[in-house]
Design a protein around this ligand. Sequence first.
Ligand code: CAA
Length: 248
Amino acid sequence: MNRRIAFVSGGIGGLGTEICRHLALCGHHVIAADLGARTERIAAFRAEVEDLAEHIRFEALDISDFDACAASIRRVEAEHGSLDVLVNAAGITRDTTLRKMSQEQWHSVLTVNLDGVFNLCRNAIEGMCARGYGRIVNISSVNGQTGQFGQTNYAAAKAGMHGFTMALAREVARKGVTVNSVSPGYCETAMVMQIAPEVREQIIADVPVGRLGKPSEIARVVAFLVAADSGFITGANIPVNGGYFMDF
Ligand code: CAA
Protein backbone atom coordinates (compact mmCIF):
# COMPACT_ATOMS: atom_id res chain seq x y z
CA MET A 1 0.00 0.00 0.00
CA ASN A 2 1.22 3.50 -0.81
CA ARG A 3 1.95 5.75 2.11
CA ARG A 4 -1.19 7.71 3.01
CA ILE A 5 -1.12 11.47 3.46
CA ALA A 6 -2.83 12.76 6.61
CA PHE A 7 -3.74 16.34 7.50
CA VAL A 8 -4.45 17.11 11.17
CA SER A 9 -5.91 20.48 12.17
CA GLY A 10 -5.01 21.58 15.68
CA GLY A 11 -2.06 19.32 14.98
CA ILE A 12 0.20 20.78 17.66
CA GLY A 13 -2.48 20.77 20.37
CA GLY A 14 -2.95 18.44 23.32
CA LEU A 15 -4.82 15.76 21.36
CA GLY A 16 -3.49 16.80 17.95
CA THR A 17 0.15 16.11 18.77
CA GLU A 18 -0.60 12.58 19.89
CA ILE A 19 -2.84 12.01 16.87
CA CYS A 20 0.02 13.10 14.57
CA ARG A 21 2.40 10.73 16.35
CA HIS A 22 0.02 7.76 16.11
CA LEU A 23 -0.71 8.35 12.43
CA ALA A 24 3.00 8.65 11.65
CA LEU A 25 3.68 5.42 13.54
CA CYS A 26 0.97 3.74 11.42
CA GLY A 27 2.88 4.73 8.29
CA HIS A 28 1.19 8.00 7.32
CA HIS A 29 2.97 11.13 6.20
CA VAL A 30 1.42 13.76 8.47
CA ILE A 31 0.85 17.48 8.02
CA ALA A 32 0.19 19.11 11.39
CA ALA A 33 -1.71 22.34 10.71
CA ASP A 34 -2.05 24.99 13.39
CA LEU A 35 -1.72 28.73 14.00
CA GLY A 36 1.69 30.05 12.95
CA ALA A 37 1.64 32.56 15.82
CA ARG A 38 1.97 29.81 18.46
CA THR A 39 5.76 29.97 18.22
CA GLU A 40 6.58 28.51 21.64
CA ARG A 41 4.14 25.67 21.20
CA ILE A 42 5.46 24.99 17.68
CA ALA A 43 8.98 24.66 19.09
CA ALA A 44 7.75 22.31 21.83
CA PHE A 45 5.82 20.29 19.25
CA ARG A 46 8.93 19.92 17.07
CA ALA A 47 10.79 18.55 20.09
CA GLU A 48 7.93 16.17 20.96
CA VAL A 49 7.87 14.65 17.46
CA GLU A 50 11.61 14.84 16.79
CA ASP A 51 11.93 11.06 16.55
CA LEU A 52 9.32 11.14 13.75
CA ALA A 53 10.46 14.38 12.10
CA GLU A 54 10.85 12.65 8.74
CA HIS A 55 7.13 11.78 8.74
CA ILE A 56 5.52 14.84 10.34
CA ARG A 57 5.72 18.43 9.15
CA PHE A 58 4.16 21.59 10.54
CA GLU A 59 1.99 23.83 8.36
CA ALA A 60 0.89 27.29 9.52
CA LEU A 61 -2.85 27.64 8.95
CA ASP A 62 -5.78 29.55 10.40
CA ILE A 63 -8.68 27.15 9.79
CA SER A 64 -11.21 29.97 10.15
CA ASP A 65 -9.93 31.31 6.81
CA PHE A 66 -11.63 29.40 3.97
CA ASP A 67 -9.22 30.56 1.25
CA ALA A 68 -6.20 29.69 3.37
CA CYS A 69 -7.63 26.17 3.89
CA ALA A 70 -8.15 25.84 0.14
CA ALA A 71 -4.57 26.92 -0.58
CA SER A 72 -3.13 24.62 2.09
CA ILE A 73 -4.97 21.56 0.80
CA ARG A 74 -4.13 22.32 -2.84
CA ARG A 75 -0.45 22.57 -1.81
CA VAL A 76 -0.54 19.18 -0.07
CA GLU A 77 -2.25 17.56 -3.05
CA ALA A 78 0.25 19.09 -5.46
CA GLU A 79 3.22 18.04 -3.35
CA HIS A 80 2.11 14.52 -2.43
CA GLY A 81 -0.45 13.64 -5.10
CA SER A 82 -3.28 13.15 -2.60
CA LEU A 83 -4.76 13.97 0.77
CA ASP A 84 -6.20 10.73 2.11
CA VAL A 85 -6.91 11.41 5.77
CA LEU A 86 -8.32 14.55 7.38
CA VAL A 87 -8.56 14.84 11.14
CA ASN A 88 -10.34 17.92 12.44
CA ALA A 89 -8.84 18.29 15.91
CA ALA A 90 -8.65 22.08 16.22
CA GLY A 91 -10.83 23.44 18.98
CA ILE A 92 -11.03 26.27 21.49
CA THR A 93 -13.09 27.04 24.58
CA ARG A 94 -14.46 30.37 25.83
CA ASP A 95 -16.35 29.03 28.85
CA THR A 96 -18.92 31.20 30.56
CA THR A 97 -22.63 31.01 31.29
CA LEU A 98 -24.92 32.19 28.51
CA ARG A 99 -26.08 35.07 30.68
CA LYS A 100 -22.56 36.51 30.53
CA MET A 101 -21.52 35.30 27.07
CA SER A 102 -20.52 37.97 24.55
CA GLN A 103 -21.16 37.62 20.84
CA GLU A 104 -17.38 37.42 20.43
CA GLN A 105 -17.21 34.40 22.78
CA TRP A 106 -20.01 32.73 20.87
CA HIS A 107 -18.66 33.45 17.38
CA SER A 108 -15.02 32.62 18.11
CA VAL A 109 -15.92 29.11 19.32
CA LEU A 110 -18.36 28.44 16.48
CA THR A 111 -15.95 29.85 13.89
CA VAL A 112 -12.99 27.72 14.89
CA ASN A 113 -14.76 24.56 16.09
CA LEU A 114 -17.47 24.29 13.44
CA ASP A 115 -16.71 26.60 10.49
CA GLY A 116 -13.18 25.18 10.57
CA VAL A 117 -14.57 21.71 9.91
CA PHE A 118 -16.56 23.01 6.95
CA ASN A 119 -13.58 24.95 5.58
CA LEU A 120 -11.30 21.91 5.57
CA CYS A 121 -13.84 19.26 4.56
CA ARG A 122 -15.22 21.42 1.77
CA ASN A 123 -11.75 21.77 0.27
CA ALA A 124 -10.61 18.19 0.84
CA ILE A 125 -13.73 16.29 -0.18
CA GLU A 126 -13.55 16.76 -3.95
CA GLY A 127 -10.13 15.19 -4.22
CA MET A 128 -11.04 12.30 -1.92
CA CYS A 129 -14.16 11.52 -3.97
CA ALA A 130 -12.27 11.79 -7.25
CA ARG A 131 -9.59 9.38 -5.99
CA GLY A 132 -12.23 7.04 -4.51
CA TYR A 133 -10.66 7.00 -1.05
CA GLY A 134 -10.77 9.12 2.06
CA ARG A 135 -10.99 9.04 5.83
CA ILE A 136 -12.34 12.00 7.80
CA VAL A 137 -12.42 12.06 11.60
CA ASN A 138 -13.95 14.96 13.50
CA ILE A 139 -12.87 15.35 17.11
CA SER A 140 -16.07 16.26 18.93
CA SER A 141 -16.56 16.06 22.72
CA VAL A 142 -18.60 14.34 25.39
CA ASN A 143 -19.86 17.83 26.16
CA GLY A 144 -21.51 17.92 22.74
CA GLN A 145 -23.50 14.88 23.87
CA THR A 146 -24.38 15.96 27.42
CA GLY A 147 -24.00 19.74 27.43
CA GLN A 148 -21.84 21.30 30.15
CA PHE A 149 -22.39 24.20 32.50
CA GLY A 150 -20.68 27.25 30.98
CA GLN A 151 -20.35 25.77 27.49
CA THR A 152 -23.39 26.66 25.38
CA ASN A 153 -21.03 27.79 22.61
CA TYR A 154 -18.71 24.76 22.78
CA ALA A 155 -21.52 22.20 23.24
CA ALA A 156 -23.41 23.66 20.26
CA ALA A 157 -20.32 23.44 18.06
CA LYS A 158 -19.41 19.92 19.18
CA ALA A 159 -22.96 18.58 18.76
CA GLY A 160 -23.04 20.33 15.38
CA MET A 161 -19.88 18.53 14.34
CA HIS A 162 -21.59 15.20 14.74
CA GLY A 163 -24.64 16.28 12.71
CA PHE A 164 -22.20 17.39 10.02
CA THR A 165 -20.41 14.03 10.29
CA MET A 166 -23.57 11.98 9.74
CA ALA A 167 -24.77 14.12 6.83
CA LEU A 168 -21.43 14.10 5.01
CA ALA A 169 -21.00 10.37 5.69
CA ARG A 170 -24.18 9.71 3.71
CA GLU A 171 -23.13 11.99 0.85
CA VAL A 172 -19.75 10.33 0.24
CA ALA A 173 -20.31 6.73 1.34
CA ARG A 174 -20.39 5.47 -2.26
CA LYS A 175 -17.12 7.22 -3.05
CA GLY A 176 -14.92 5.24 -0.67
CA VAL A 177 -14.84 8.07 1.86
CA THR A 178 -15.78 7.49 5.51
CA VAL A 179 -16.66 10.27 7.94
CA ASN A 180 -16.78 9.63 11.68
CA SER A 181 -16.51 11.53 14.91
CA VAL A 182 -14.72 10.73 18.14
CA SER A 183 -16.07 12.24 21.35
CA PRO A 184 -13.34 12.43 23.96
CA GLY A 185 -14.11 12.96 27.59
CA TYR A 186 -11.85 14.99 29.88
CA CYS A 187 -8.21 14.34 29.03
CA GLU A 188 -4.78 15.44 30.21
CA THR A 189 -4.54 18.51 27.96
CA ALA A 190 -3.85 22.21 28.48
CA MET A 191 -7.52 22.91 27.71
CA VAL A 192 -8.70 20.80 30.63
CA MET A 193 -5.96 22.20 32.89
CA GLN A 194 -7.47 25.68 32.34
CA ILE A 195 -10.57 24.65 34.32
CA ALA A 196 -10.54 25.85 37.94
CA PRO A 197 -8.95 23.06 40.05
CA GLU A 198 -12.00 22.56 42.28
CA VAL A 199 -14.31 22.26 39.25
CA ARG A 200 -11.88 19.86 37.56
CA GLU A 201 -11.60 17.68 40.67
CA GLN A 202 -15.39 17.39 40.83
CA ILE A 203 -15.50 16.36 37.16
CA ILE A 204 -12.81 13.70 37.70
CA ALA A 205 -14.75 12.38 40.70
CA ASP A 206 -17.70 11.82 38.33
CA VAL A 207 -15.63 9.79 35.82
CA PRO A 208 -16.20 6.08 36.50
CA VAL A 209 -12.58 5.14 35.72
CA GLY A 210 -11.56 7.86 38.20
CA ARG A 211 -9.01 9.75 36.13
CA LEU A 212 -8.48 11.97 33.10
CA GLY A 213 -7.95 10.30 29.75
CA LYS A 214 -4.55 10.27 28.10
CA PRO A 215 -4.26 11.87 24.64
CA SER A 216 -2.85 8.57 23.37
CA GLU A 217 -6.13 6.89 24.36
CA ILE A 218 -7.93 9.19 21.91
CA ALA A 219 -5.26 8.97 19.22
CA ARG A 220 -5.43 5.18 19.01
CA VAL A 221 -9.15 5.39 18.20
CA VAL A 222 -8.43 7.91 15.45
CA ALA A 223 -5.74 5.61 14.04
CA PHE A 224 -8.26 2.76 14.05
CA LEU A 225 -10.90 4.79 12.20
CA VAL A 226 -8.51 6.00 9.49
CA ALA A 227 -7.15 2.53 8.73
CA ALA A 228 -7.81 1.31 5.20
CA ASP A 229 -9.72 -1.71 6.54
CA SER A 230 -12.14 0.44 8.61
CA GLY A 231 -14.20 1.20 5.49
CA PHE A 232 -17.48 -0.18 6.89
CA ILE A 233 -17.53 2.29 9.79
CA THR A 234 -19.08 5.56 8.71
CA GLY A 235 -21.35 8.17 10.28
CA ALA A 236 -20.41 6.79 13.70
CA ASN A 237 -19.52 8.60 16.86
CA ILE A 238 -17.03 6.79 19.10
CA PRO A 239 -17.17 7.94 22.74
CA VAL A 240 -13.85 7.71 24.62
CA ASN A 241 -14.68 9.16 28.00
CA GLY A 242 -13.85 6.74 30.83
CA GLY A 243 -17.55 5.99 31.31
CA TYR A 244 -18.43 9.67 32.04
CA PHE A 245 -21.38 9.39 29.65
CA MET A 246 -22.86 6.08 28.57
CA ASP A 247 -25.35 5.74 25.77
CA PHE A 248 -26.26 3.13 23.21
N1 CAA B 1 -22.81 23.53 38.07
C1 CAA B 1 -23.80 24.22 38.72
N2 CAA B 1 -23.69 25.51 39.09
C2 CAA B 1 -22.55 26.13 38.82
C3 CAA B 1 -21.46 25.51 38.16
C4 CAA B 1 -21.64 24.14 37.80
N3 CAA B 1 -20.68 23.46 37.18
N4 CAA B 1 -20.45 26.39 37.99
C5 CAA B 1 -20.89 27.57 38.54
N5 CAA B 1 -22.13 27.40 39.06
C6 CAA B 1 -22.99 28.42 39.66
C7 CAA B 1 -22.17 29.41 40.47
O1 CAA B 1 -22.05 28.95 41.80
C8 CAA B 1 -22.99 30.68 40.36
O2 CAA B 1 -24.09 30.61 41.22
P1 CAA B 1 -24.75 31.98 41.82
O3 CAA B 1 -25.22 32.77 40.63
O4 CAA B 1 -25.83 31.47 42.67
O5 CAA B 1 -23.62 32.66 42.57
C9 CAA B 1 -23.59 30.61 38.96
O6 CAA B 1 -23.58 29.19 38.61
C10 CAA B 1 -22.78 31.37 37.93
O7 CAA B 1 -21.42 31.04 38.13
P2 CAA B 1 -20.24 31.92 37.60
O8 CAA B 1 -20.61 33.37 37.70
O9 CAA B 1 -18.98 31.44 38.21
O10 CAA B 1 -20.29 31.54 36.06
P3 CAA B 1 -19.24 31.89 34.96
O11 CAA B 1 -19.98 32.50 33.81
O12 CAA B 1 -18.08 32.65 35.48
O13 CAA B 1 -18.74 30.46 34.47
C11 CAA B 1 -17.57 28.42 34.63
C12 CAA B 1 -18.49 29.40 35.35
C13 CAA B 1 -16.16 28.99 34.52
C14 CAA B 1 -18.05 28.12 33.22
C15 CAA B 1 -17.57 27.14 35.47
O14 CAA B 1 -18.88 26.69 35.62
C16 CAA B 1 -16.80 26.03 34.85
O15 CAA B 1 -15.57 26.04 34.83
N6 CAA B 1 -17.49 25.00 34.32
C17 CAA B 1 -16.89 23.85 33.73
C18 CAA B 1 -16.61 24.13 32.29
C19 CAA B 1 -15.98 22.93 31.66
O16 CAA B 1 -16.11 21.79 32.07
N7 CAA B 1 -15.27 23.19 30.58
C20 CAA B 1 -14.62 22.12 29.89
C21 CAA B 1 -13.36 22.66 29.27
S1 CAA B 1 -12.36 21.36 28.62
C22 CAA B 1 -13.19 20.81 27.33
O17 CAA B 1 -14.15 21.36 26.89
C23 CAA B 1 -12.65 19.57 26.68
C24 CAA B 1 -13.71 18.60 26.42
O18 CAA B 1 -14.18 18.53 25.32
C25 CAA B 1 -14.15 17.69 27.50
